[in-house]
Design a protein around this ligand. Structure first.
Ligand code: CA
Length: 397
């Protein structure tokens, strides 16, 4: 797994200002870690420089329990990650950087659309690669997290070792609350295993070099078992009597077997393709169904959530010119697009809710504010950015 949480998570979490806690706990902890860092080859001046006057950022601790691709309904998650703006921006990025996308694609066997989708969701095509200094986030988590402290401490040491290579600019090692950094949003240990130098300057610069970061993402998928030329999957229709127990990403069957069970492609094309596929029902029997191949599993390892892998796969299809899913999600409530979410946030701020800045990102505090608005309006408390909530706020009730 690439990360505990990359930007795909950060996007949904409120961009809290760093909260500082003074006092000895972090300094003591950093002093205890120092000998280990030096033993692993981190130069003392570098360690001192990166940890000098460091104070903890306890805001990262709250994110340990805030994993939106698991708490948000899948249709909200998809609406957030794959909207009209994201599709238009991706098409523009592909046109603008066609040569490098194609060069990386030829070298690693991963198509440009998947690479663009991954870049678009992890880094919003380079617009957002995270604002927290990862040394501070990882030191806080490694010293103060209620669980997984050893994991984060290991990543803190790895981040220092990344800085020590001099291959990326240490002062630009910013990223998610969990310490994933650069355009691919690799955790530091993943960077060591996966990052590549593609522009040939001897540095694996996943922050400053587009050839390097695109190739590093492609290398990740290649190492995760990407099959060149194969699709991630496609949407299917199920027969009325379909046995739901057959569903599951890892319950792979030959396509002929699925065809015999009455499964057909939603776009009417024949059910053919290489390899075995699993069938997923992300919203149950009433929502869209998909047959997914090995490449879906490769994407899944990047951020272990079906919703995440589906978002990447779907965005890649949209960038290729494909349309929305044929079967609607089983919900009456319509998720807001980015413009609607920003209007919602503006109205929440106007009502006095301290939800942070207006950025279209619905975090924990926005969800709490929405629940209060819903309760006041006598609606079910979903905490979601849906049209009915925006209508209530517009009416000013
Ligand atoms: Ca390079």
């Amino acid at each position: 797994m690439r990360a505990l949480g990359g930007l795909a998570l950060l996007l949904v979490a409120a961009p809290l200002a760093a909260q500082e806690v003074d006092g000895p706990p972090l300094a003591d902890c950093l002093a205890r870690i120092k000998p280990e860092a030096l033993a692993r080859g981190v130069p003392e001046p570098l360690y001192d420089r990166l940890t000098a006057a460091m104070r903890s950022d306890v805001s990262v601790l709250g994110h340990l329990d805030d994993q939106p691709e698991r708490v948000a309904p899948i249709w909200d998650y998809l609406a957030l990650l794959v909207d009209a703006e994201k599709i238009a921006d991706g098409k523009r990025a592909l046109a603008e950087h066609r040569e490098i996308f194609e060069k990386v694609s030829r070298a690693y066997g991963v198509d440009p659309y998947t690479l663009a989708a991954l870049w678009g969701i992890e880094a919003d095509y380079g617009k957002t690669i995270g604002r927290r200094m990862i040394f501070r986030s990882l030191a806080t988590l490694g010293c103060m997290a209620p669980r997984r402290r050893d994991y984060f401490r290991g990543e803190f040491l790895a981040a220092l070792r990344v800085a020590a290579t001099g291959e990326v600019d240490a002062m630009k090692m910013r990223g998610s609350w969990a310490g994933a950094f650069g355009h691919p949003q690799f955790m530091p240990t993943v960077w060591f295993r996966t990052a590549v130098d593609f522009d040939g300057d001897g540095k694996r610069d996943t922050i400053g070099s587009m050839p390097d970061y695109l190739a590093s993402m492609a290398n990740y998928l290649k190492k995760a078992g990407w099959v060149p030329g194969q699709a991630w999957g496609f949407e299917v229709k199920l027969p009325a009597n379909f046995n739901e127990a057959l569903a599951g990403r890892t319950k792979k069957r030959a396509l002929a077997r699925w065809a015999a069970l009455g499964v057909t492609r939603a776009d009417g094309r024949p059910l053919t393709g290489g390899g075995e596929a699993g069938l997923i029902l992300p919203a149950g029997r009433q929502g869209p169904a998909f047959l997914v191949f090995k490449n879906f599993d490769a994407i899944f390892t990047y951020n272990a959530a079906t919703s995440y892998a589906l978002a990447i796969g779907h965005l890649s299809d949209r960038l290729r010119g494909g349309g929305p899913f044929a079967t609607p999600w089983p919900t009456e409530e319509k998720p807001l697009d980015r413009k609607g979410r920003k209007e919602l946030q503006t109205l929440l701020l106007a009502r006095g809710f301290a939800i942070g800045e207006v950025d279209g990102v619905i975090g924990k505090r926005s969800r709490e504010a929405i629940r209060m608005i819903e309760a006041q309006a006598g609606l079910p408390q979903t905490g979601r950015a849906i049209e009915v909530v925006l209508e209530v706020l517009r009416r000013g009730r």
